[in-house]
Design a protein. Sequence first.
Length: 159
Amino acid sequence: MTHAHQLEIQRLEHRISKGRKEAMKRIEGDEQLKAQFDALDSMVGVAETAAIALVSELALLPTDLKAKACCAHAGLDVRHHESGSSVQKPGRLSKQGNAYLRRALYMPALVAVVHDPAAKAHYEQLVARGKKKLQALCAVMRKMLTAAWSMMKSKESYD
């Protein structure tokens, strides 16, 4: 790696750090956002970076939105393809929604599968039923998003 590349990486890391500090300053300055951030930060697998991303994406949604609609907004809903009686393809994620939400949930889901007994059991059950590992991980992401949306509205910690 050249010296110019190292300098650019350092600049980018500095900008990311500065952005994270600014986001935390805004979250700490708003009582409602702080309560939502603390609730999301209590989830297994969700740390400061993921909690900031989740708060920033979920806080803009209408509060009367149902969890199923929130999953559809994130593109984590399953779409089935059927045409008549002969074409019945298996369901797939729609990926029609907010890619930032999906990205913010990916790493926390991986961590939760290892460290959260409930997420691990759900993941292993789906894999045992024949689902691919990525499909099972996306199901864990959907479950985490449903819990995160519930916590955003109630501002209660993860149970």
